[in-house]
Design a protein around this ligand. Structure first.
Ligand SMILES: *Cc1c(COP(=O)(O)O)cnc(C)c1O
Length: 362
């Protein structure tokens, strides 16, 4: 067993039964999102107060005891980022140190052990190295990387687990909302919240998503793709994406990090690209009435959501119990599409990486 310290190496057990090149090609033809997984997984176990046994092994089921702590008290966190194949065949990822740092903050909030940032990035590199053939090269396509960590100790007492596992799985991804960039309708959840003051809203944990599923069903019942959450009338975010407003006078506004909003890497990158464009970038409280009034008066010209999976998606109308806030004047507006194009360009290697955001994996 290797105790994780300087000079840690990942042991490799390759799959005896990987998918054939033909099967892989068929999956990559139309990968969808999160439906297919590559042939391997990265694993690092935690016990006795340290990380152990870093390894790449064949993708497969995880044997689990019915008393496994995560099944009872949801001590679990995750991350999401993508690997992109550039024109010369090299494979890159986007700001992985931000995800590594966020996973440490999420771990702290969920009383899980912190994984060193170098180990996080190395786990991605190791997995993408063995499964590099799974990184698609089509427009807007990528290999979605899903690091996650959960409690594995078998007991029912309520305390942090002393045994934990960290894993990374990878899933080829097409375009999240399928095809061209069309504005999505959003449902305003007024009955439910995804997070509250002092809660886990700023941590990327499965529990937040569990809490968003019922409102998400409500959104779908109203013909909407996504759900928007408020905190006492202030706009927070969607179930898994941050929100931005573009004003006619050149302001780019997003809700300030309130402690219950997830600090998106895409959000941070959009703020920077907005500053680069000379926009008046503001992180502050945005009341839902400002959205309604701003769209109606024409002051707000574009609204969009952002996150790693869907990158940047224009928001059309906002549906609520009391009526619909109509779509902003410019549905797939110039600022939204300009920032989207630049961000995708940096990620896929066709625009200059002026902020040094890319890390080469392979
Ligand atoms: C992951 C996530 C986001 C987006 O974060 P990115 O780092 O941009 O992918 C936004 N909101 C929630 C609730 C999330 O879980």
């Amino acid at each position: 067993m290797t105790t994780v310290a300087d000079g840690l190496t990942f042991a490799r057990t390759l799959s005896e039964n990987p998918r054939s090149a033909a099967e892989r090609a068929e999956i990559l033809q139309n990968p969808g999102f999160g439906d297919w997984f590559t042939d391997h997984t990265a694993v690092i176990d935690y016990h006795d107060g340290a990380w152990h046994d870093a390894r790449i092994e064949p993708y497969g089921p995880i044997p689990m005891d019915p008393a496994c702590a995560v099944l009872h008290y949801a001590q679990e966190i995750f991350e999401g980022l993508k690997a992109y194949r550039h024109a010369d065949g090299s494979i890159w990822t986007f700001r992985p140190e931000k995800n590594a740092a966020r996973m440490k903050r999420s771990a702290h909030r969920l009383a899980l052990p912190q994984l060193p940032e170098e180990l996080f990035v190395e786990s991605l590199r190791q997995l993408v190295d063995v499964d590099r053939a799974w990184v698609p090269d089509g427009q807007g396509e990528s290999l979605y990387l899903r690091p996650f960590m959960f409690a594995t100790e078998n007991f029912l007492g309520v305390r942090p687990s002393r045994e934990v596992t960290y894993r990374v799985i990878a899933s080829p991804a097409g375009n999240y909302f399928g095809g061209e960039v069309a504005p999505v309708s959003i449902w305003l959840s007024e009955q439910y919240a995804r997070a509250g003051r002092g809660g886990t809203g700023a941590a990327k944990c499965g529990g937040n998503y569990a809490a968003s599923l019922l409102p998400q069903l409500e959104a779908e019942a109203h013909g909407c793709k996504q759900v928007l959450f408020l905190d006492d009338g202030a706009v927070e975010e969607l179930g898994g994406m941050n929100v931005f407003f573009v004003y006619a006078d050149g302001r780019l506004v997003t809700p300030a990090l309130s402690g219950s909003i997830l600090e998106g890497v895409t959000r941070d990158s959009v703020l920077q690209l907005g500053r680069d464009r000379g926009l008046d970038v503001q992180e502050r409280q945005v009341m839902i009435d400002e959205w309604r009034d701003g769209v109606e008066s024409g002051q707000i010209t574009e609204v969009f959501a952002c996150g790693t999976a869907a990158v940047i998606t224009p928001i059309g109308e906002l549906k609520t119990e009391r009526g619909t806030v109509s779509s902003p004047a410019s549905e797939t507006g110039g600022v939204t599409m300009g920032i989207r194009g630049q961000l995708l360009g940096i990620q896929t290697g066709t625009a200059e990486d002026t902020h040094g955001w890319l890390t080469r994996l392979v």
